[in-house]
Structures are given as C-alpha cells and as structure tokens.
Design a protein around this ligand. Sequence first.
Ligand SMILES: C[C@](O)(C(=O)O)[C@H](CC(=O)O)C(=O)O
Length: 297
Amino acid sequence: MIISAGSRFRAALAEEKPLQVVGCINAYAARLAARTGFKALYLSGGGVAAASLGVPDLAISTLDDVLTDVRRITDIIDLPLLVDADTGFGGVLNVARTVKSLIKAGAAALHIEDQVDAKRCGHLPGKMIVSEAQMVDRIKAAVDARTDPRFVIMARTDALAVEGLQSAMDRACAFVEAGADIIFPEAVTELDTYRRFAAAVSVPVLANITEFGATPLYSVEELAKADVSLVLYPLSAFRAMSAAALNVYRTIRNEGTQKKTIDTMQTRAELYDFLDYHAYEEKLNVMFPESGKPEDD
Ligand SMILES: C[C@](O)(C(=O)O)[C@H](CC(=O)O)C(=O)O
C-alpha cells in the first residue's frame, strides 16, 4: 500500500511534539537533513527566491519555480515536505491549481498566507494583508482542490504585526472553520502568544523560528511548554552554507589558495557517503558490467 505524503506528514506530527520541520534549500541539503534524523522537511519560498533565482522574497518566483525545487527534493527523499506556497500564486482558481500541482509533485503540505499578492518576508515592516473573507476563500479553494484528503493545508496569518493579536486570533479561528489543518501565526514576538493561539484553535500551531527576524530563537523545550506542535527552521542551514561559501570565495580570491578553509569543508568521502555514491556504483557494476568499457572494434 502506498502511503501518501500527506499521511506521512500527519504521522510525523503524531510522533514528535513539537515536530521539527527543517528547511532544505535543495535535494542535497534534504539528504543531509534526512540523515540527521529529521522527520519532516521544508521548502522555503524565500529560499527558492534567494538560492534558486538569486532574487529577494518579493513575490518574484512563480509556482513553476517552486515545483521544480519540490520535485528535485521529493524525487530523492521520502520524508514529507512542507512547501511555502506564499499567497497561492494568484486568485482562488490559481490556489486550486497550486494545491493540485504540489500534490502531483509529491509535497505533503503547504502553507498559504493572508498577505496581499505583492507579499514580502513576514518579518519585515510594511506588510499588507487581504481581508479575512478573502483569505477564507483562499483556504476554501485549497481544501476543495485536494486530490488527497490527507494533504495538509496550513493557514499562515501575517495579521499579528499589522492588526494585532486579537485580529490574528480571530482570523486563525475563521481559517480553521474554513478547513485549515494547522495555524501558522507569523512574526510572533512573545512565547505566550503561541499558547493563546493553541488555546483558541482546535488544530496544531506552528512556530516559525527563523533567524534575524521578529521572533526570538525559542528552544524546542520552551515551545513545547507553549503548546506549539511544529517548529520551523526555514533558512538556518542556507544562511550557514552561504556564510561558509562566502568565506571560501574570499579566501581563494585574497590568498590564492583555499588551504585555510579546508577544515570547514565537507570531504569528498563525506559527500559520496551522503549521495549513496557507492550504492549507485555497485548497481552499475552488477547490472551493467560492460557499461563504460571501451568497445572492441
Ligand atoms: C518562512 C518564510 O516565508 C520563508 O520564505 O521561508 C520567511 C522566512 C524568512 O524570511 O526568514 C518568512 O518568515 O517570511
């Protein structure tokens, strides 16, 4: 029996509380995260924009950009993948298309938010949100479009920073009423706020612990006490990889050799190990022993 990605996400949620959902910027990072023992992975919208396109998180990337990265990850790793669907990539009919396409691409869950289409990072000033009714329509469209009833629809609200706690909590309740499976209150600044969301809604609540934003870097223990069910680390590894890469580039450029940075690098043996290189090679040797050998004339 094939267990759908959505079912695997729900199973992970039942197994671990709070469930750590870790961002992987590409398929190789997904391999690293999977080996580390995480039970669920994340594809960040800001990450697709920054790492795959080299542009800021300002609604520049398209559904196709996201799907390309989703497929690369789900092709290689069985762990359930939560995908950042921003505002759904258009009107309600686009939201429906987004859900169907993500399910086909092997995603387990998405989050969709109540910012205006010209969205920005949830931790920056100047955000604008659509009405509660408009976001309820987005949720209804997403729920209705599910070709797998176990696919998880997560509603993110950016209202806290724009309209305050009461509005954000009212919205969360309306989104659950519309069928949202999980609530993601964005840019939370107080631990107790999570507890209040969790008490107000009948579904799990996610904490986005992204660095250099509005939310303090609460630990899993602290978040567990605040009744948080999922913790997201969208770009942690990407930020570290980027800083390390810049250091290597600078060293090579300035010193004419990378020697000083060699200890910060993953070795060739480690790389091949994470890629299961030798399993690929063995298959090649056993199944296709003649492949690659020079042909006799
Ligand atoms: C979760 C998020 O939407 C993302 O794109 O990963 C971002 C993360 C970030 O910019 O740190 C967000 O919180 O808006």
